[in-house]
Design a protein around this ligand. Structure first.
Ligand SMILES: [Zn+2]
Length: 402
């Protein structure tokens, strides 16, 4: 049981109690959210709902500083090498550190991509929520092989089912997943996370069957001899395969073609953008304001250490406010909370509500809530404290985190 009274208590990006009081029960469930009675001592902070990191690969290691290039296909090579060089024990270490970081940075839910099955095992010991998507790759897999892969992965899920998290599939990307594997994943009716239209070479492979990805797949022995390009862009290809739906989140969407955003909006799918990755590869900012205006829930994610300096949602918010300066602080905050919850298919997250877990962070107050939120979103102020199920996390020494 506990309570916290503050100058401002934000239930979500736009519903704010001035002089608010939040109370929770012994299990850390919120039992009341209301104006504080007159005379209550108010902490000089804003209470914000915990953030949702809608796309991450918590287990991936950073690349060596000497990794030669930020050209995408060469980068993929480096990631594959780094993964091979990471022992199971090192991967667990990375996961534990990343999970602790998420919590201390004010995140209580993640859309995590699990390439090895280890994330699910580690996440089950943490209070983090959201969805753990088991990654699927195989550009060469036919129907039978695709079904066999899903069956094998299903077995894993039963063994390592996370307690607080939902499960899902992540058929990795149109350049690494066959039509049969996409169809098999979609047929199970689970939530999907798909890297989509990330680079021009992906669209080239889908349109012509040629280019850097065709070379890479050939090199990996994964380009079937009888492969024919569908001659559709990534979004139309996914639509054709029946994987675009309200249960799908599309990651990146840097290279959409004419009409694609309308297709995404009509399907109810979400888009997750990762500002750190955009910066890492020196990419142009995609048209997030236009997507939002079309009604697409656009969420934010950190992606992995391999294409980002930290796995920090506050840092992503600050980057997002620079990439899309026309977006209001409330909109950016919604991208880091409610839209993230929608993207990972866990709608109760990203807000403070009666019956929800008392997961919140505090940031410095200002004359108005909007002023305080704008300063924090832009990176001018930092998270002061984090509560999970009502319990305040021990303060972490100032370091790379903000
Ligand atoms: Zn990713």
């Amino acid at each position: 049981m506990g309570a916290f009274a503050a100058r401002f208590v934000a239930l979500d990006a736009t519903t704010v109690l001035s002089g608010g009081l939040i109370r929770w029960d012994a299990r850390g469930r919120i039992v009341s959210l209301r104006r504080a009675p007159a005379g209550t001592r108010l902490a000089d902070v804003c209470v914000l709902p915990a953030l949702v990191n809608a796309h991450a690969h918590l287990q991936l290691p950073a690349l060596a500083a000497t990794a030669p290039t930020r050209t995408f296909v060469a980068w993929i090579h480096s990631v594959l090498q780094a993964r091979q060089a990471t022992s199971a024990a090192a991967e667990r270490q990375l996961l534990r550190a990343a999970i602790a970081d998420q919590l201390h940075l004010g995140v209580n839910a993640v859309g995590d991509i699990d390439s090895t099955g280890t994330s699910a095992e580690e996440l089950r010991h943490s209070p983090l929520r959201g969805r753990c998507y088991r990654e699927l790759t195989g550009f060469h897999l036919d129907e039978r092989a695709a079904r066999a892969l899903l069956q094998e992965r299903d077995g894993e899920r039963v063994r390592g089912r996370p307690l607080a998290m939902q499960g899902g599939w992540s058929p990795h990307a149109p350049y690494s997943v066959s039509a049969a594997l996409f169809r098999a994943a979609a047929a199970r009716g689970r939530h999907l996370a798909i890297h989509c239209a990330e680079v021009p070479e992906e669209q080239q492979l889908l349109h012509s069957g040629r280019g850097a990805f065709a070379d890479l797949l050939r090199e990996l022995g994964r380009l079937p001899a009888d492969h024919r390009a569908p001659n559709l862009g990534a979004v139309r290809w996914l639509e054709h395969l029946g994987v675009l739906s309200a249960r799908t989140s599309l990651i990146h969407c840097q290279e959409l073609e004419r009409g694609d955003s309308a297709r995404i909006a009509a399907s109810g799918a979400s888009i997750v953008v990762c500002p750190g990755t955009i910066e890492y590869f020196g990419r142009a900012a995609p048209p997030v304001p236009a997507w939002l205006a079309q009604g697409i829930p656009v969420a934010l994610g950190t992606d992995s250490r391999a294409s980002n300096t930290t796995l920090s949602m506050p840092a992503e918010l600050a980057r997002a406010s620079r990439l899309w300066p026309g977006l209001a602080p409330e909109t950016l905050f919604a991208m880091a909370t409610r839209h993230g919850a929608r993207a990972v298919g866990c709608r109760g997250l990203g807000q403070l509500r009666i019956g929800g877990r008392a997961d919140f962070c505090t940031v410095p107050a200002a004359a108005t809530f909007r002023e305080a939120l704008a300063a924090w979103v832009a990176g001018a102020t930092a998270v002061a404290a984090v509560h999970v199920a009502g319990r305040r996390l021990p303060t972490v020494k100032a370091g790379s985190r903000r």
